[in-house]
Ligand binder design. Sequence first.
Ligand code: BGC
Ligand code: NOJ
Length: 814
Amino acid sequence: MRYGHFDDKKREYVITRPDTPLPWINYLGCEAYFGIVSNTAGGYSFYRDARLRRLTRYRYNNAPFDFGGRYIYLRDNGDGKFWSPSWQPTRQKVDDYSCRHGMGYTIIGSTSNRIKAETLYFVPLGENLEIWQLSVTNLRRKSVRLSVFSSVEFCLWDAQDDATNFQRNFSTGQVEVDQGVIYHKTEYRERRDHFAFFACSEKLAGYDSQRDVFLGAYRGCDNPTAVERGRSFNSIAHGWAPIGSHHVKLKLKSGETRRVIFLLGYHENLKDQKFDPPTSQTINKRTVKPTIAKYLKQAAVDHAFEELRQYWDRLLGRYQTKTPDEHTNRMVNVWNAYQCMATFNMSRSASFFESGIGRGLGFRDSNQDLLGFVHMVPERARERVLDLAATQLETGGAYHQYQPLTKRGNDDVGSNFNDDPLWLILSVAAYLRETGDWSILDEQVTYNNKPGSETPLYEHLERSLHYTLDRLGPHGLPLIGRADWNDCLNLNCFSDTPGQSFQTTTNKDGKVAESVFIGGMFVLAARELAEIAARRSLHSDAEAYRKAAERMDETVRTKGWDGEWFLRAYDDFGRKVGSKECEEGKIFIEPQGFCVLAGIGLQDGLARKALDSVSKMLATRHGIVLQQPAYSKYYLHLGEISSYPPGYKENAGIFCHNNPWIIIAEAMMGNGDRAFDYYLRINPSAREKISQLHRCEPFVYAQMIAGKDAPTHGEAKNSWLTGTAAWNYVAITQFILGIRPTYEGLMIAPAIPSKWKGFSVSRVFQGVRYNINVRRAGKRNRVRLKVDGHALDGNLIPKPAAGVTQVAVEAVLE
Ligand code: BGC
Ligand code: NOJ
């Protein structure tokens, strides 16, 4: 069953009933001001950091599930009936409901009582504000008098404090209302120099800024007193819960449409120019008023919306494909790329499953997110690489997370996830391949943000490798530390106290537990760094890293091999994890994917064996599960992985993030059929027809789909913010379609299904547009190339002469 459909032309997903199984959301903003918005206008906004600078309040895990948002109420002043065109929060019956989630905007509308209303929400490029543009049309034969009420609930900035510290917060709230604009200025009188504003294009009939006055005693957002009676109270918030609500009266003739613009935004003043007059406590609004005035005009809104459309045309235009499969086309051309932007911006911080409070930007996560984003805005990728590296510790280790606002490592979560530093090498290599900007390696970058500690970025990469080499265990494999990629395989944790965080609680020193996964990752990272060193003519470095990679490759193949697949780890007692000797958790997906990806076992058949074992033991029709058999009970020496009921999350769920590692591995082995089959099993668009089971948005990847041991096998959770986006993008664009940036030029190495007759790709690479046509002539994936009409040996297109901006490529698969 579906709850809507794709509009591929407009690059929208159109939801046609409001009661989706879960809130189906979209992101507003792509630079500094962000919002999340559900299909019923739920969600919240923040500036840079979802925890430290939250503009509006949202109540997670509420009933109804989605609660708090950008709500608009309409009221027929003739009969007093009122409703919300976005269905929530009044949940009155509405006709012709639709929510169109598009690239950086959402349009929600419906018809009720023969009044059609539709709101467009978006953030103009380069601005710290969001626009709500409401259009109301009178479909009746007679004219109508309507009231429009807007409503947002302000968050007192720090979302964590806002949700917990009521003894203080019920006394601190402050607003100003000036010329119809509601300014939220809690704590502005003391150490903050920022405030929020909420403005409206029309003359106001009234306003409210105190929640309890607007709603009335014992009432919820579904029937505010002000809306019910059709008149605001002009309340001014002192403490308690500041809100913003405008009241506008409209008279519409039959057939007439009116537009009303609301602006919600964030503004900072210089510290010594906060007040106007300077001796007062009144906000200096002179700095923000021009911006407000600008966007309250229709022409500016239309222009900003058009700019946003062009911006996405440009970004998405960098990689467009036409294949025989519509799910591939729409994910690659639109939604997967779009999701990569969201994960790049948010890491794992703010979604409807990530509260914006708990997690900042993950070191490991952000480095991986970059893989799917770097071709779109390389300059931002560059800045991110340098920010991440600046939080690295002098030991080469890494903070597991950092705060986007301060760009500092997060002490609460700390360090010692032993895979973390290696991801930096992979992201830098991807950046170099995509851009050819070798200067980044010479950038002077601090450790732990400490002035004076700077070294070139290249040395950061070296220290990342040495971090692993300095921490080898009894078998010569890397020690796991707190955990590796699998945050829940906590081999040094031994937690027996309820409520303890598996991620942060004091661990054993951990001189025994080793990770085969990190072993595989090390081989890949060391090979990457060797190549980088060689290209910079640092030949002895290159030689040393190549040797280190070979040694680890050998160790993995001997000490990390179980007979039919790669082992997962050795535990604190030196016993095998992920082995046929284990009762549960005999085989794990991660080392099978990553070891093959690193090139381990390609020659001696181990890689093929490992991947066949995955197919036999882990693949299901909904995707590949993380391990088997699921842990049926809690194991003290394994940690959080065994805390999840069988089939969920890391305990044998389909963890979509690592499915593409297998897809890439299969593609590398030339097995296009199997690679594509796996790809489609978790492709959100391909799962649209089972939306009732899948439950999450059919246009973006979710972190997890319940595995075969779960009672809800096939049900997705934790949509949007997951490394799945970047890795699937890499898997399909670079490995199945096989259009791969390399240091020498663009490589054409497809591993497509044998049934496909061909496909085409248009891809911008280092300023040149490649128009690539691939045609199947034989059964295999061997490539014969013609570039601008000339036959070429091999599958690599060298960089064209300066000045050339278009290259035509004909590839024949034989
Ligand atoms: C989740 C992991 C996550 C970790 C970090 C765990 O509960 O299962 O997927 O990485 O928390 O917070
Ligand atoms: C989610 C985390 O964000 C990611 O870093 C981790 O690798 C996976 N969970 C697996 O545990």
